[in-house]
Design a protein around this ligand. Structure first.
Ligand SMILES: [Zn+2]
Ligand SMILES: [Zn+2]
Length: 253
C-alpha cells in the first residue's frame, strides 16, 4: 500500500512539473469585489448601520443581512452593528454634496483596515439626490477616504408602499438584501441579467429582479395573500456567487 502511494506520488511529480492550468471562468466573475468574495483576501466583513431618527432599520432586515452575508462571505467573521442616529433636522439640512459630508461625519470607520471589507449602510427617508431614480435604495462603491461600499435604504418610501401584512419591515428586508447583492457583484451573468446595465435578475421571483411592473404582477397575489415578497437570491444568482468565489480562489494573489 505504501509502495502504491509512493508510486502515485512519483507519477504525479513527473507528469505535473508545471502547475495545472487554471480553470477558465467567464469574464463576468471578475466584476465581483475580491475584498468581499476572494478567499484569503480578508477575514472580516464589517457592516455599520446608521439611520435618520425617523427612519430606523428593522431587526428583521438586519438579521437577514447578517444571515445572507455569512452565507455568501464564507470563512469571514461578519459583524452587523448599529452606529449613529442622525437627527431629522440635520438630514433635512443636508442636500447634494452635504450628504457625502454627513456620511463621512457619522461613519465610525476612518481608514482602511487590512483584511476587513467595510459596508456603510444609511437608513433615510428618501433619495436625497433624485426623486425619480433609485426610489427604494441604492448601492455604490466609494473610493474616498478609503474603498468601501455605501448602501442606502429609503425607508420613508418603503413605508409608503407597505400594505396589509406586507409590512415595512419585510420591504426593508428585501431592499437591504437587494442592495447588498449589488455589492456582492449581482447580477453580472448575461444569461439571466436584464440587458439595461442595471445588474438585475430576469427571474421575477428573485430579490435581485427589477422592481418593475412584471415583478410586481408576478408577486402581487402572494404579497396580498401572505404578505411575503422575495427577499433572497434565486438559485442562479447563488450559483453565480459560488462561481465568483471559485474564480477568485483559483487566482494567485
Ligand atoms: Zn438594484
Ligand atoms: Zn436571481
Amino acid at each position: 500500500m505504501r509502495h502504491a502511494s509512493a508510486l502515485l506520488a512519483a507519477l504525479c511529480l513527473c507528469s505535473c512539473g508545471a502547475s495545472p492550468p487554471a480553470p477558465a471562468f467567464p469574464d463576468w466573475v471578475w466584476e465581483s469585489d475580491p475584498d468581499l468574495m476572494a478567499h484569503g483576501r480578508g477575514n472580516r466583513v464589517d457592516i455599520e448601520v446608521d439611520w435618520v431618527a425617523s427612519t430606523p432599520p428593522d431587526d428583521l432586515a438586519l438579521e437577514a443581512l447578517a444571515q445572507v452575508a455569512m452565507r455568501e462571505c464564507p470563512g469571514r467573521i461578519v459583524t452587523v452593528r448599529l452606529g449613529t442616529e442622525i437627527p431629522d433636522a440635520r438630514w433635512k439640512a443636508s442636500r447634494g454634496e452635504a450628504v457625502d459630508v454627513l456620511l463621512d461625519a457619522v461613519c465610525g470607520i476612518r481608514a482602511e483596515r487590512p483584511g476587513t471589507a467595510f459596508i456603510h449602510v444609511l437608513y433615510c427617508p428618501s433619495n436625497p439626490w433624485k426623486k425619480d431614480w433609485a426610489l427604494n435604495g441604492l448601492c455604490r462603491a466609494v473610493a474616498d477616504p478609503f474603498p468601501h461600499w455605501q448602501i442606502f435604504v429609503f425607508k420613508g418610501v418603503l413605508r409608503s408602499r407597505a400594505f396589509l401584512s406586507l409590512t415595512p419591515a419585510k420591504l426593508d428586508r428585501s431592499c437591504l438584501i437587494h442592495e447588498f447583492g449589488h455589492a456582492l457583484g449581482l447580477v453580472a451573468n448575461p444569461e439571466h441579467r436584464f440587458e439595461d446595465g442595471g445588474g438585475h435578475c430576469t427571474d421575477t421571483r428573485c430579490v435581485m429582479t427589477k422592481p418593475k411592473a412584471q415583478a410586481i404582477l408576478d408577486n402581487a397575489a402572494e404579497a396580498i395573500a401572505t404578505g411575503e415578497i422575495p427577499w433572497d437570491y434565486c438559485a442562479r444568482c447563488r450559483a453565480d456567487l459560488e462561481t465568483a468565489r471559485n474564480a477568485w480562489r483559483s487566482r494567485p494573489r
